[in-house]
Design a protein around this ligand. Structure first.
Ligand code: 0X9
Ligand code: ZN
Length: 286
């Protein structure tokens, strides 16, 4: 059983998802939507009470490998929807499609080798990895991203160069009629960011995005007294082009957010003996 007492490896996460699909076949479907560069399965869990063409909430976590709090938040959402009968109402009229680890190669690399790895693990000529959240076809490379392969915000050599971003693109395009809300889960900073990242202009439905964002904030505040900043991506701290949230909005999914979870903790798996972390670094941007 899942306890959420320590960060899980990719195989442990997959074992939990497999177990849910076996134990709750009426509501849980496991889909492999692609493979990572190193061949790991990109797993999406669909939670549905049945029927087809229902409005769907789509969420993905850990496009950035080192943002370890993102997968457990996705998994806790799955856990509460599937294993807590009190929450059955949440999947009667809508479906959920959740990817707990979108960048499993990078995620495993943060466990074995480099705790602060951010990108995918595709090899370049000099450095590895592409920033998945700069690799989408939305004003790609125009601002807030790097064309240099060794940088942490490397765009890739072309749009959708990464198998991980291709998998998201293909899934979203093939379910475009049903997906009504898109959530890209990151850390950290307690931000709820709506489009756009490449320009400070507001999207056409900014009022709706702000209203729903404020409802999210109010719900969090009622639990722990903490506030999120609800603002557009570019009006937050910095510009970025090629982000998933902007691409999704341009495909016509009007409710699209990047969620930056709170900071805190040491960023070190308590039971880990695989690497000596030393004093946890505070790198500011996760
Ligand atoms: O840079 C990103 O892709 C995201 N930040 S992260 O630290 N998770 O890498 C989005 C940041 C957007 N934030 C603001 N513009 N404030
Ligand atoms: Zn991130």
């Amino acid at each position: 059983n899942i306890t959420f007492t320590e960060f899980m490896r990719h195989d442990e996460i997959n074992a939990y998802l497999d177990q849910l699909a076996v134990n709750y076949p009426e509501i849980v479907t496991k889909e492999v939507i692609g493979r990572s560069f190193e061949g790991r399965e990109l797993i999406l869990l669909r939670i549905s009470s049945g029927g087809s063409q229902k409005p769907t909430i789509f969420a993905e976590a850990a496009i950035h490998a080192r943002e370890w709090i993102a997968p457990p938040v996705a998994l806790y959402t799955i856990n509460q929807l599937v294993e807590n009968p009190e929450n059955a109402g949440f999947y009667q009229d809508i479906d959920w499609a959740i990817i707990p680890v979108l960048n499993p190669d990078g995620y495993e690399y943060t466990h074995t080798t480099d705790r602060f790895w951010r990108k995918t693990r595709t090899p370049g000529t000099i450095c590895h990895g592409v920033d998945g959240n700069r690799n989408f076809d939305a004003r790609w490379r125009e601002t807030g991203a790097s064309a240099w392969q060794c940088d942490n915000t490397y765009t890739g050599h072309r749009v959708f160069s990464e198998p991980e971003t291709q998998a998201i693109r293909n899934y979203i395009l093939s379910h475009i009629e049903d997906i009504k809300l898109f959530l890209d889960i990151h850390s950290f900073g307690r931000w709820l960011l709506y489009p756009y990242g490449y320009i400070t202009d507001d999207p056409d439905n900014v009022d709706e995005l702000r209203t729903l964002g404020q409802l999210f904030n109010d719900a969090v505040y009622s639990v722990n007294g903490e506030n999120y900043t609800v603002v557009s991506f570019a009006n937050g701290l910095y510009y970025a082009a090629g982000t998933s949230v902007d691409w999704v909005k341009e495909q016509g999914i009007d409710l699209a957010y990047t969620l930056e979870l709170p900071r805190g903790g040491t960023g070190v798996r308590p039971s880990s003996r695989r690497y000596s972390a030393g004093r946890p670094r505070d790198v500011g941007r996760f």
